[in-house]
Design a protein around this ligand. Structure first.
Ligand SMILES: *[C@@H]1O[C@H](CO)[C@@H](O)[C@H](O)[C@H]1NC(C)=O
Ligand SMILES: *[C@@H]1O[C@H](CO)[C@@H](O)[C@H](O)[C@H]1NC(C)=O
Ligand SMILES: *[C@@H]1O[C@H](CO)[C@@H](O)[C@H](O)[C@H]1NC(C)=O
Ligand SMILES: *[C@@H]1O[C@H](CO)[C@@H](O)[C@H](O)[C@H]1NC(C)=O
Ligand SMILES: CC(=O)N[C@H]1CO[C@H](CO)[C@@H](O)[C@@H]1O
Length: 503
């Protein structure tokens, strides 16, 4: 019975498509009614019972009945009922966290390239060169698989961004050209990259040297020195060497140019807030439906489908019980079975409009009763409670350091001091966090050696200290923060955990 769920959407996926419609505009009362009606169909159609079923009708909505007053779905009894309960719970929230997120527009891409152009001038570089990948996606909306479906190929297709002076405003603007295999030029145009005018292409024939073609094009005409190119960190080595071999002065990613992507716009922040808050909410709503006997894999599958039902696209999901969580990134096979005193660690990420969430919660299942104040918990439980609090305090201290001009190292060291003072220093085995954006892991990296990087307003980070006790359990809390000048950073995960029974 329990084996029915697979690691992939599989059979349970059949339940989710009917919720897809809410992706477009989940906020009108009409759509909310549709969602509720769908949930109703689901219950009726499949005949599963959720212990306390919320079922709003159009009339009750029209009468202004508040769905929050209805009791919520509690733990289920089999994997399908578990999933149904989790999906209904997340939909019953009305998905308010999605409300302020809007997709990135052409003007945003334009603005990024203009900021890049200004950074190139500041770094005394004549052009930035990047091939399809995350950075190309950031500036030109094409990822590596969107350009090369089968495998990364050997023919260079490069975006070349140069600074130009706008005669009327005197400002630095971008001027972008693509070096493209001649026979692929039309395909490059068909990508519909975010430019307001027709893209400029320098084509190269199969038997030409593409780097010489670029060098002799009008792109670098009128330059009084050997063109200095900055290549992105994802640029493959043979292309860098090719550029160097024909006489370009090639330098690596650094300084102001790297900072362009690190500093998020208001629109990016709202997407990050939406997807990270929504991911935490999915964990919370799923948790209410847990029952003894579920495996780590079954929970991961249901959490993935809960995220999908809420319009997000999960891309990693680590669910670990007790001693299996002493490896921060897991590695065990997902078969461990849930029991009342199991400490559940979930680290999960999803995408929304191309941006990542990356959050972690550690908690007890809802069917473990919280010990009352006057009753001493068992030593096993007491240790879990103590470690949970230490990691929480460590996270609090690291967050306090997330202000403009603090070093990346200081954020890590603040968390590490709490954990070390508590006697668990050697069990906090990884850095405290990293930047987050279109990738879950982006620079700058918050490790205790990174004294050279200063935090800037607009950077977004994880804070994720942990304690890992081999053969016992692991605890990690992870939230997302936005650096805001000298103020406390803003939380982009809605709310931090309140305790092991309220993650
Ligand atoms: C960027 O690409 C995605 C597909 O990966 C597409 O959905 C989106 O509309 C594109 N954005 C713009 C502004 O062209
Ligand atoms: C961009 O550079 C090209 C040369 O590669 C030039 O022909 C074109 O006029 C420039 N466009 C702007 C807007 O500066
Ligand atoms: C999972 O790993 C455990 C040992 O850690 C092993 O006993 C069990 O057979 C494995 N299960 C599967 C389905 O591979
Ligand atoms: C950070 O340092 C820069 C450069 O020294 C300064 O202009 C800025 O005001 C500082 N920010 C804060 C919040 O102190
Ligand atoms: C360290 C480790 O592998 N611990 C356990 C993880 O879960 C599996 C399945 O229950 C156990 O067999 C392992 O001992």
């Amino acid at each position: 019975m329990l084996k029915q769920l697979s690691n992939t959407p599989g059979d349970v996926e059949a339940l989710t498509p009917r919720f897809k419609r809410i992706k477009r505009n989940p906020f009108s009362i009409r759509n909310l009614a549709l969602v509720v009606a769908s949930a109703g169909l689901l219950v009726a159609g499949y005949g599963y019972t959720c212990h306390t079923k919320l079922f709003l009708t159009d009339q009750s909505l029209a009468a202004g009945e508040n769905e929050a007053t209805a009791s919520e779905h509690v733990h289920a009894s089999d994997p399908k009922a578990f999933q149904q309960c989790a999906i209904e719970n997340i939909l019953d929230t009305g998905l308010p966290f999605l409300k302020n997120a809007l997709p990135i527009e052409i003007a945003d891409f334009q603005d990024r390239r203009d900021r890049l152009a200004a950074a190139l001038v500041a770094e005394d570089v004549d052009a930035f060169v990047v091939e399809p990948g995350y950075t190309f996606k950031y500036y030109g909306n094409v990822s590596q698989p969107e350009w090369e479906v089968w495998e990364p190929e050997e023919r260079p297709f490069l975006m070349v961004v140069r600074p130009a002076w706008d005669q009327t405003t005197g400002q630095i603007r971008e001027n972008t050209t693509f070096l493209c295999p001649s026979f692929e030029a039309e395909r490059a145009r068909l990508l519909g990259m975010p430019f307001t005018e027709e893209i400029q292409i320098v084509p190269w024939e199969e038997h030409w040297n593409p780097y010489t073609t670029l060098q002799q094009s009008d792109v670098f005409m009128g330059l009084s020195r050997t063109p200095r190119l900055m290549v992105d960190e994802e640029m493959r080595d043979f292309i860098q060497r090719g550029l160097g071999s024909v006489g370009f002065d090639v330098v690596g990613l650094r300084g102001r140019v790297e900072e362009v992507r690190q500093i998020k716009s208001a629109r990016e922040v709202e997407i990050l807030r939406a997807v990270n808050t929504g991911t935490v909410e999915a964990v919370r709503q799923m948790r209410k439906c847990l029952y003894p006997g579920l495996t780590e894999s079954e929970i991961a599958t249901v959490l993935d489908n809960t995220l999908r039902a809420a319009g997000m696209d999960p891309f990693f999901d680590i669910v670990l019980f007790d001693e299996n969580a002493s490896n921060p990134h897991g590695g065990t096979n997902g078969t461990k079975v849930l029991d009342a005193e199991t400490f559940i660690l979930i680290d999960v990420g999803a995408h929304l409009y191309g941006y990542s969430s990356d959050i972690c919660r550690t908690f007890f299942p809802p069917f473990l009763e919280k010990p009352s104040r006057d009753e001493a918990p068992s030593p096993r439980l007491a240790e879990k409670l103590k470690v949970w609090d230490i990691v929480f305090d460590a996270q609090t201290q690291s967050i306090r350091q997330m202000r403009e001009n603090m070093t990346a190292a200081s954020v890590d060291l603040a968390a590490r001091e709490v954990i070390t003072t508590a006697g668990y220093g050697r069990t906090f085995t990884h850095r405290v966090g990293h930047g987050i954006g279109i990738k879950a892991h982006e620079s700058p990296y918050l490790n205790k050696g990174n004294f050279n990087t200063l935090l800037k307003t607009g950077m977004t980070f994880t804070s994720e200290p942990g304690i890992y006790l081999i053969d016992k359990f692991g605890v990690r809390h992870e939230d997302i923060l936005l650096v805001q000048g000298d103020e406390e950073p803003h939380l982009l995960t809605g709310s931090r955990a309140n305790g092991p029974w309220d993650p």
